[in-house]
Unconditional design. Structure first.
Length: 295
């Protein structure tokens, strides 16, 4: 099954629901970064949320960056998305291995840590990018984003994120965001809360092969949810090129680049998002240095 994001409206347009299946996307990240099971679960949840939020951006030039830095062993996680969404990520410590929690599950909260911050940067073509910051609450990611939406964006939002990992890799991954509209009735919100509780874990529903529409019905309790957009297919894609890294070498400045040429006569740059290596020989570095001179 391909990865997909579907936007729904429940209760005659009074409740917004966005559901995502991201199994292939997260498996691609696992392979690229050689993630351990617990870091797969942690980064997979952040990637899913990034895809969900990325799908809400309007323009091709819009860019979303999420940074999570907790006091756990994982260190920092950074994810980036455009409005497609093409999503990519990097992580400080991809191979963290800690014991399972008291329920026999991957201890994402401990690996991420419950002290630290979520930073959300939305570059949507304004003079200054929007920056939202909220503290980590549990490190489980879903709870932390529900808190982020409430404190930074003043939105009462239900968030669920789940990644199921087995010995072969990512078995199921996905998530959802439910947001009541201003005209939502109290009894509808109460019904959604009850339905979320009864539905259980997102990763379990995906593992049981439920479609995103079946999941939307289950978590809202509304059998007549309306599909608004079913065309979104999130992918893990870096988009780095040698030309972009050449531009980044320009930012080193004349002095530092001259030093690099005289001492090393070459440069190797590794992309932190896809681990692809780019090599520059002496002639290419001199060409880049001359570009600085032309400025």
């Amino acid at each position: 099954m391909k990865d997909q994001i579907i936007k729904f409206l429940a209760y005659d347009g009074r409740i917004s629901v966005i559901c995502a299946s991201t199994t292939k996307l997260v498996e691609e990240a696992r392979k690229i970064h050689d993630l351990s099971p617990v870091t797969t679960a942690a980064l997979g949840r952040v990637l899913t949320m990034t895809a969900l939020m990325g799908s809400e951006m309007k323009n091709k030039t819009d860019k979303l960056t999420i940074q999570i830095k907790g006091n756990g062993e994982i260190g920092k996680m950074i994810t980036v998305s455009d409005n497609f969404p093409h999503v990519k990520a990097c992580i400080t410590n991809p191979k963290v291995d800690i014991p399972l929690n008291e329920f026999g599950k991957l201890d994402v909260g401990r690996a991420v840590g419950n002290e630290g911050f979520i930073n959300v940067i939305k570059d949507i073509g304004l003079k200054e990018p929007y920056i939202g910051i909220s503290p980590l609450v549990t490190g489980e990611i879903g709870d932390d984003f529900a808190n982020y939406f409430q404190t930074s964006e003043q939105k009462q939002t239900a968030v669920a994120l789940g990644v199921l990992v087995d010995k072969n890799g990512v078995r199921a991954s996905g998530g959802y965001i439910i947001t009541p509209m201003p005209d939502a009735k109290d009894e509808e919100i109460a019904k959604v809360e009850k339905s979320i509780f009864e539905a259980g874990a997102m990763s379990k529903m995906l593992d049981e092969q439920l479609s995103l529409k079946e999941i939307a019905i289950k978590i809202t309790g509304d059998k007549h949810v309306k599909v608004i957009d079913a065309s979104i297919e999130p992918v893990y894609e870096c988009g780095c090129t040698k030309e972009k890294f050449a531009d980044s070498l320009v930012t080193l400045g004349k002095e530092q680049l001259s030093e690099l040429i005289s001492e090393d006569e070459k440069a190797e740059i590794e992309c932190q998002f896809c681990n692809k290596k780019y090599y520059f020989n002496k002639e290419e570095l001199v060409e880049i240095l001359n570009r600085i001179g032309d400025r």
